[in-house]
Every structure is written in structure tokens, then in C-alpha cells.
Design a protein around this ligand. Sequence first.
Ligand code: NAP
Ligand code: MG
Length: 407
Amino acid sequence: MAVKTKIKVKSMLVEMDGDEMTRVMWKMVKEKLLFPHLDMNLEYYDLHVKHRDDTDDRVTVEAAQAIMKHGVGVKCATITPTEDRVREYHLKKAWKSPNGTIRAMLDGTVFRTPIIVKNIHPFVTAWKKPITIGRHAYGDVYDNAEMEIAGAGRAELVFTPAGGGEPIRRTIADFAGPGIIQGIRNADQSIRSFAQACFTFALDRRIDVWFSTKDTISKIYDARFKDIFADEYQSNWEAKFKEAGIEYFFTLIDDAVARIIRSEGGFLWALKNYDGDVMSDMIASGYGSLAMMTSVLVSPHGYFEYEAAHGTVQKHYYKHLKGEETSSNSMALIFAWTGALRKRGELDGTPDVCTFADKLENAAIATVEQGVMTGDLLLMADKQPGNRKASTEDFIDAIAGNLDGMM
Ligand code: NAP
Ligand code: MG
């Protein structure tokens, strides 16, 4: 039997394994879609919740450092521990979100774009083209300081200048009884690189940029985002955007939400960290499914981290553990790998790796368009005679069949 030469992925790719059903799919994707065709150098980090616990979460920090060293990482979905999860997995404590830790270290912006297939139409019928969400992945509530207030007393914001000088204080509230407070922050430098990442992404794809914050209420914090975007745009992008026939516009987030629903899509919607977290779920379900959404963190330092936008699909995993058949969608995980491989190929100057990524995406899209799909998609797809619900594994096998035909 002739042995096919595998495509060589030249430089190291950082792999971060995860939890539950996505961990099950992750292994299948590698074994059935990647290993048969690719000769990869993978630096493996196991972000399974139990392993994070065993290492006091050092493994998450090491994984982020590895991305900073090698440039490109691909991450499976992971459990963000809650009190329930602490009990379920007997954890030492509710460790921070791994995504939060990694994003805080890499800085940067998360771009999420729906994967469009011909036989599934968005729930929002006005949407004809993909809406990409650009989520600022730094600071705000994800890296906050919170405090329970036991009883009456004054809560203040205090800034102590590093070089000496009088501390600056603002009263948050004079509490009459128990309550809560939260301190959040952002940095001008990070906001500017967020703006730069968004304008770069949009110019590259020739799409408009919308940006929205709550600057009418938050006259210092949110207004700073608006001002930095405006300054960055006027200084460095306006001329290039005019030439490309695209636009930047800012509007209050309430207005943006109302307009988005009536728009036809085809633009980048830039959002602060929390807004982007929430709105990307809204956009994903508007287009169909969380499992049909790609996600990439672009850091201003030139690091890229690819992941799925959805979580670990916990309910399906419990069925899987009981031995029941599951029909979980691996599209977003596959596109995390193809995104990472394509970027690795671009950076390494190995076009055959980029071509492989294109083929695998086309094989996955073709599988759904042929009518072979997981349960989440079958509910939304055009009703065609050939449609069939595939199990988690059958779906990946069908993609593997299409891919083999293209190689
Ligand atoms: P989820 O895993 O995204 O799943 C929510 C529901 O969405 C599922 O129950 C399923 O609906 C549907 N779904 C999501 N992905 C799917 C897929 N690939 N194929 C088919 N259906 C899919 O969110 P969750 O249940 O709220 O969170 C589970 C765990 O994931 C949590 O521990 C959370 O911390 C973690 N999480 C991780 C990330 C990340 O690492 N990026 C992001 C979000 C959440 P049906 O049950 O109706 O079929
Ligand atoms: Mg979210």
C-alpha cells in the first residue's frame, strides 16, 4: 500500500485540551481529521479542570506563556469552575476562567464570525451576511476586584500615584447596611490596540466597523473608549477606509442593538469585554447555533489563539457518560484547528498547510450542505429528503470521508 506523505507543519503549535464533551470531540477531530494528513509539532497543555486544580492553575499560565513563545495556539472549551463544579470535581477552589487568565496575559481582541452554510438561514431574516463581533478581551469585569460589604461604612476609589504625591479619592457610596462593591479598570494602551486590531481586521476584509459603548452613563470610563477609537481612526485609518469604500461609526450601545436586528450584516461590531461576551451569544443564536461560530484572539504583540465560541456542552457529556448516543456539533472546534493551522502556515510560509485548512473547512461545510448534520443543525436546516441526523462521531466520520476525497 502506498504511504501518502503527510503535510509538514513547520513550527510549534500550542495545543490546549479541555473538558467534557468538547474534550471527547477534540480527540476525535485530531485522530480522524488531522493526524491522518498532517505531521505536526504540538506542545500539549492539559487544561482539564482536574489538572488545573492539581497544578494550582499553573498549567493555564504555562499554556499562555507557550503561546507567547510560539505565536499560535488552539484551545478546547474548558470548565470555568463554580461552586457546583468545585463539588463535582472535588477542586481546591473555584479557579478563575482559563480564558480570562489567557486573555489577560495575551491582551488583544477576540473576533467571532458565524460559519455560514447554504441550507441554514439565520433566525433573524434580515441578516444576509455574517456579523463579526470584535470583543475587547482585556480588563473590565473579567479582571476585577470585588468586595462584600458587611455593614455601614464608606466605600471609596483611591488612586495612589507611583511617584509619590497625594492619593486621589472618590466616594463610591456611604453604606447604611450590607452590600457589595466592584472595582474594574482598563488601560489606554490596551484600548488603543483594541481599536487598531478592529480597524486592521475590517480593512483586511473590506467591511465597516461599528463601535458602541454606554458613554452617556459612563462619562469617564466608556467615554474614554469612544475617544480613543475616534482619535485612532482619524489619525491612522480614515484615509485608508475611504479608499477601501468602508466606514467607521460610533453609536450608543442601545442604538446599536436596535439597529443590528434590522441590518443585513456584513460588518464588524466592536464591543467592550462584557458586551462582546454577551452579544456574541446573541449573534451566534441569531445565525443558528453557538457551534457555528469561530473565535480568535488577536493580540497586539502578534499572538493568535483559536478556540470554539461555545462551552463544554455539559448536558451532552452526561448523556455520553451514561452510554447514550450524542449528537454534538464539532464544527467550531474544527474551525479552531483550521484557523490555527492557516495562521501557522501564513507565518511559516508553508502554503500547503493553508490549503489543507481550506480543504478541511470545505469538507465540513460540504457535509452539512449534503444534509449530514448534528441535531442542533437539523432543527434549523432546509427540509430536504437526504437530511439525516448524525451522531457526534458519525458527523466527524462523514467530514473525514469528504476530506479524503479532496486530498
Ligand atoms: P455550552 O457548553 O455552550 O452549552 C449550552 C447549550 O448549547 C448546550 O446544552 C447545547 O444545547 C448547545 N450547544 C453548545 N455547543 C454545542 C455543540 N457543539 N453542539 C451541539 N449543541 C451545542 O454552555 P454551558 O452549558 O452554559 O456551559 C458548560 C460549561 O462550559 C461550563 O462549565 C462553562 O464554564 C463552560 N464554558 C466554557 C467556554 C470556553 O471555554 N470557551 C465558554 C462558555 C462556557 P442543548 O443541550 O439544547 O442540545
Ligand atoms: Mg458568552
